[in-house]
Write a protein that binds this ligand. Structure first.
Ligand code: SAH
Ligand code: SF4
Ligand code: F3S
Length: 476
């Protein structure tokens, strides 16, 4: 299908869903006029930034339909779990939470429960929910998230549960309402899906093939955000480094970044996530040249062993990764580099693991997300021999944590005494005379302030590093 046909099809679908949204809103308003209390909705996100952004879309639709948002799931009339399946624990957590909802439904028989997100793209999960979780009224997947107005209307009107999950889609329905969690910052999808098929990873199976959005659609959305008070934007994709390759008129991620930086009102630009194999010099030079791009690079390495990297299908070596880290640090000295590491991939030996430890010390990461390998049905790694014993994995995990902590604390403390811009995110929950925000490097800073500071960029002297965050004082 050509992009033009896809676009026309998507616009038609947009209109259809906006029609359902109108019906949904009429339905809610009629009930309210009849004396029913206004329904309250609760949406919880599990998983990554991509899911967080999808939840903002769900919230936007619910708000437009006339639902009130609640932070307390116990008082909700509609509960939606937007699920993640990247590791088994994520799945187990959702099942546990669904179990708890049975009691809620006894207290509020009108309660509706919906589940969506990556878990729902797995057939065995949907089967299990059909069989064992009658508490669930609505199931949909990642590919048909935009049909939420239609599906919710059907659920509200009908007595039967609604289950609709698509295997894939080429549509990009982009103009439904969205409700941002923060007024001053948000994420924006620049691409969907992933084509990398790292051998342990389920994401390509549940999020489908890589598709880039048209640059003009992205820039229009960013301009709209800027006009609406957004200062910080995070460009989202499973591998933003390969943005634009599949467009009719190809463009690089660096080109897109430069365009985004030109938009007035946007003061900070972040992105997540990127694959080392596609990290180009053009991108490094662009980050170095554009002050709006945050000094934070999340560059998942996964392992330091060449043999394991090969088995993981990552398509780079320990040395190639380190060469990129070195280049980034040379050109952008203030940058903070963070990563993801998996411990206990099938066949990982003590020597392989020591290569990972060595890499942590060489790269001097600011912080590391460490994961215990989790077997995901249907991925190539799940069928590999020599899955590692729990005891061994945990012992390695602890040693990795120690190395990560040591390097991270040193890296974090290197800004002590400097004055840096902090984008204030919220009043500190524990100490209400403090506010909490982030510097460009993504480190958290607490300093004395009030609710009036939220959403502002404030220069703060970083006085005291406490491991992975700072206490500071306003610099002017
Ligand atoms: N697209 C992103 C990663 C998304 S998943 C990227 O490549 O950077 C986030 C992280 O979860 C991955 O980087 C990996 O470290 C971890 N992960 C993915 N699958 C996993 C599995 N089966 N077991 C343990 N960790 C996993
Ligand atoms: Fe998963 Fe690899 Fe794609 Fe990241 S790049 S989502 S780890 S397959
Ligand atoms: Fe999880 Fe789906 Fe993100 S599996 S990590 S929520 S893409």
């Amino acid at each position: 299908m050509t992009e033009k046909i896809v676009r026309e099809k998507s616009q038609e679908e947009e209109k259809r869903q906006l029609g359902f949204l109108k019906e949904l809103s009429d339905y809610v308003e009629t009930r309210v006029a009849e004396g029913h209390p206004r329904p309250r909705s609760y949406v919880e996100t599990f998983g990554c930034q991509m899911n967080a952004r999808d939840s903002e879309k769900l919230r936007g639709i619910l708000s437009e339909a006339g639902f009130l948002e609640t932070e307390d799931e116990k008082e909700a009339d509609l509960i939606i779990y937007n699920t993640c399946t990247v590791r088994e624990n994520a799945d187990l957590h959702v099942y546990g939470r669904l179990g708890r909802l049975v009691g809620y439904k006894k207290k509020n028989p009108d309660l509706l429960v919906g589940v969506c997100g990556c878990m729902m793209q797995e057939k065995q999960v949907v089967d299990k929910i059909r069989r064992s979780y009658p508490v669930v009224d609505l199931v949909f997947g990642t590919h048909n998230l935009f049909t939420f107005p239609e599906l919710l209307l059907r659920t509200l009107r009908g007595k039967k549960r609604v289950v609709e999950v698509w295997d894939s889609t080429d549509e990009m329905v982009e103009h439904l309402p969205v409700r941002r969690k923060y007024a001053f910052k948000t994420g924006i999808n620049i691409m969907y899906g992933c084509n990398n098929f790292c051998s342990y990873c389920i994401v390509p199976y549940v999020r489908g093939r890589e598709r880039s959005r048209e640059p003009e659609a992205i820039l229009e959305e960013v301009r709209h955000f800027a006009a609406d008070g957004v200062k910080e934007i995070m460009l989202l994709g499973q591998n933003v480094n390969s943005y634009g390759k599949t467009l009719e008129t190809p463009m690089t991620f660096a080109q897109l970044l430069r365009e985004v930086c030109r938009i007035d009102g946007i003061e900070r630009v972040r992105f997540m996530s990127s694959h080392p194999k596609d990290l180009t010099d053009e991108l490094i030079d662009t980050i170095a040249a554009e002050p709006k791009i945050c000094r934070h690079y999340h560059l998942p390495v996964q392992s330091g062993s060449d043999r394991i990297l090969k088995e993981m299908n990552r398509r780079y070596t320990h040395a190639a990764y380190m060469a990129k880290v070195k280049k980034i640090r040379e050109k952008i000295p203030a940058i903070s580099i963070t990563t993801d590491i998996i411990v206990g991939f099938p066949g990982e030996t003590e020597e392989d693991f020591e290569e990972t430890l060595r890499l942590v010390h060489e790269a001097k990461f600011d912080s590391v997300f460490t994961f215990i390998y989790s077997k995901r049905t249907g991925t190539p790694a799940a069928a590999m021999p020599d899955q590692i014993e729990d005891g061994v994995v945990h012992e390695r995990f602890d040693r990795l944590m120690e190395a990560v902590k040591e390097e991270g604390e040193t890296a974090c403390a290197r800004f002590t005494g400097q004055t840096m811009d902090v984008l204030v995110e919220e009043v500190n929950k524990r100490t209400p005379d403090l506010v909490t925000g982030r510097i460009s490097q993504n480190l958290i800073v607490h300093f004395p302030g009030t609710a009036a500071d939220v959403g502002k960029i404030v220069p703060v002297r970083l006085d005291d590093c406490r491991g992975f965050y700072y206490f500071g004082t306003r610099a002017n």
